[in-house]
Design a protein around this ligand. Structure first.
Ligand SMILES: CC(C)(COP(=O)(O)OP(=O)(O)OC[C@H]1O[C@@H](n2cnc3c(N)ncnc32)[C@H](O)[C@@H]1OP(=O)(O)O)[C@@H](O)C(=O)NCCC(=O)NCCS
Length: 201
């Protein structure tokens, strides 16, 4: 369908979610180590299905501002997680991004590759100026990913989130268009359309 988006990196294909993905997503959405630092989880099956439905629905918005994509390994097509970039407002040219992988896919550089792909997409195809991300201040793995893709630490937001009975602090990272490089991506994004650009016409 027009508007289907894929982002290709060296080993990954970030693609649109489809309804059949829900079981693969649910497997990691109930893993305590995976959702430990996330604002969701453990998901009920209904919550996972609703997540997929929201991702599918976001494709049909015009302009499209949310891009929640399945992270798949190109070699065998397995879905190993999700990654997304969300434009705050069409005029602001700023977006936040995030990612989450199933546990047996950790420590292989996949999150770094997916994040680099999102950043390339955000700057080259969406015409963004700034991309930001937050992570729980204790989530050292994610902080490392954000550093590896060239994001800079802006600071710590103290006790900004009430999560599972306690306050948590978040680290805020960002990267600007002028600081980005295509490292980690194949510098190609296959898309039925360039979402914001076309919508601006
Ligand atoms: C955070 C997450 C996405 C990282 O995925 P990943 O594919 O393992 O990340 P990468 O392999 O690209 O990079 C991980 C880096 O963290 C480092 N690392 C691993 N364990 C670590 C630890 N306990 N403390 C600090 N760094 C650690 C790795 O060595 C690697 O850095 P390096 O390349 O310099 O050696 C994954 O753990 C995950 O999905 N966690 C659950 C969901 C989540 O927290 N999402 C992020 C929300 S902000």
């Amino acid at each position: 369908m027009a508007g289907d988006l894929t982002i290709d990196t060296e080993r990954l294909e970030l693609r649109e979610f489809c309804r059949d993905d829900w079981e693969s997503v649910h497997e990691y959405a109930v893993d305590p180590e995976v959702y430990h630092y996330m604002p969701w989880g453990p998901n009920s099956e209904d919550e996972t299905r609703a997540f997929i439905e929201r991702a599918i629905a976001s494709r049909h918005r015009n302009p499209r501002l949310h891009f929640e994509l399945a992270v798949t390994v190109r070699e065998h097509g397995r879905l190993i997680g999700g990654a997304g970039i969300r434009v705050a407002d069409e005029g602001f040219r700023a977006a936040d991004m995030g990612y989450c992988l199933r546990r047996d896919a950790w420590a292989d550089g996949f999150a770094t590759e997916a994040a680099a792909g999102l950043i390339g997409f955000g700057f080259k195809r969406l015409g963004l100026h700034r991309i930001w991300a937050t992570c729980d201040a204790r989530n050292t793995r994610s902080a490392r990913v954000l550093e590896k893709v060239g994001m800079k630490l802006e600071g710590t937001m103290r006790d900004d989130t009430w999560l599972r009975g306690q306050w948590r602090s978040s680290r805020l990272y960002s990267i600007l268009e002028s600081e980005s490089s295509p490292r980690g991506t194949r510098d190609q994004v296959d898309s039925g359309r360039a979402p914001l650009d076309e919508d601006r016409r």
